[in-house]
Write a protein that binds this ligand. Structure first.
Ligand code: UFG
Length: 339
């Protein structure tokens, strides 16, 4: 039995690979390296470079590697970019996922873990949200993922695929042993941006909107540590393989932090009082998204280990410093080579 991890060279996928390796699981990573990095895939893991929309490749890969489960991470994930380029998102996240689901059906793969998102809820009327809260995405990104959820639910009825739909809230932090983390250039996510400002990679940062109907006027999100999220995937895989029923699960801790609180935490943990400006609201941002986070605990027995904003920031900062050191060393090597 082998797990196909699409996007396994990316931020969250690579953390699932690290967790799967603990139990000696057979793994194949499929990644086109458009946003992933070969260096994030642990040594010894098989990697196929390719596109999830490449039907011929999938038809070969599934039987060749005896794939019994797919964890599908490969996607574009930047909300404001999806507002600017909706068709790009519907192609990448929706059309290509359809091809992957079809290949799973044709190849007899029954277990399918899908990276969905809190963005499917949009501006929910009641907070915190539960899995019963009606989806109402306000961005093309959220819609591009919700359509895949629907395809999977239909595929279950028609073909017996068992999909576990994991709706991620705001994923942040890095592997506590610093083996992986978020490496995206020109990152837009809040904690990544703030730790970049703390290590001096950027001159400062902006708060997008201070006039939201929240306690301090800035947006509120349920930040969850990437290693806890990876664990949820491994538990979901085990659950499906034991005959558990696929379902929608929110991946969240059940409490939120505001943009201002996050920035203050990064300043405190780093000891750097980096520059912060206020800026207008960003397109597509809901004021608040927080979940109860109860169902995933009861269904999968998920016990988060890093439910603490300071811990998340500490790990994100350690990873950012590692990236800085690596880039300084690369610059030094390049300078020596030109002497
Ligand atoms: N923000 C700033 N300044 C920045 C970056 C972000 O103020 O430099 C604010 C945003 O405006 C937003 C909050 O910080 O209010 C969080 O923004 P992120 O970009 O970190 O995350 P999003 O909430 O937009 O989206 C993320 C993921 C999605 C996921 C969603 C679920 O990118 O995949 O969380 O809530 F769907």
């Amino acid at each position: 039995m082998t797990v196909l991890v699409t996007g396994g060279a990316g931020y969250i996928g690579s953390h699932m690979v690290l967790d799967l390796m603990k139990t000696g699981e057979e793994i194949v990573v499929l990644d086109d390296f458009s946003t992933g990095f070969p260096g994030l895939v642990p040594a010894g893991v098989r990697v196929v470079e390719g596109d999830i929309g490449n039907r011929k490749l999938l038809e070969r890969l599934i039987p060749d590697y005896r794939i019994d489960a797919i964890a599908h991470f490969a996607a574009k994930i930047v909300v404001p970019e999806s507002v600017e380029k909706p068709l790009f998102y519907y192609d990448n996240n929706t059309s290509r996922a359809r091809t992957l689901i079809e290949a799973a059906v044709n190849g007899g793969v029954k277990h399918f873990i899908f990276s969905s998102t809190a963005a499917v809820y949009g501006n929910a009327e009641t907070m915190p949200v539960t899995e019963e809260t009606p989806p109402n995405p306000v961005s093309p990104y959220g819609r591009s993922k919700l359509m895949v959820e629907w395809m999977l639910e239909d595929a279950r009825v028609a073909y017996g695929v068992e999909p576990m739909i994991l709706r991620y809230f705001n994923v942040a932090g890095a592997d506590p042993l610093c083996r992986s983390g978020q490496a995206t250039p020109r990152a837009t996510h809040l904690i990544k941006t703030a730790v970049e400002a703390a290590v001096g990679k950027r001159a400062g940062m902006s708060i997008f909107g201070t006039d939201y109907p929240t306690a301090d006027g800035t947006c509120v999100r349920d930040y969850i540590h990437v290693s806890d999220l990876a664990r949820a995937h491994v538990l979901a895989l085990d659950y499906l393989r034991k005959g558990g029923k696929g379902q929608v699960l929110n991946c969240a801790y059940g409490h939120g932090s505001s943009v201002s609180e996050v920035i203050e935490t990064v300043r405190k943990v780093s000891g750097v009082n980096f520059n912060v400006e206020t800026a207008p609201r960003r397109a597509g941002d809901p004021a608040e998204i927080v979940a109860t986070g109860e169902k995933i605990r009861s269904v999968l027995g998920w016990e988060p280990q890093y439910d603490d904003l300071e811990t998340i920031v500490t790990h994100a900062l350690a990873w950012e410093r590692k990236l800085m050191d690596q880039s300084r060393q690369a610059d030094a090597r390049a300078a020596l080579a030109t002497v």
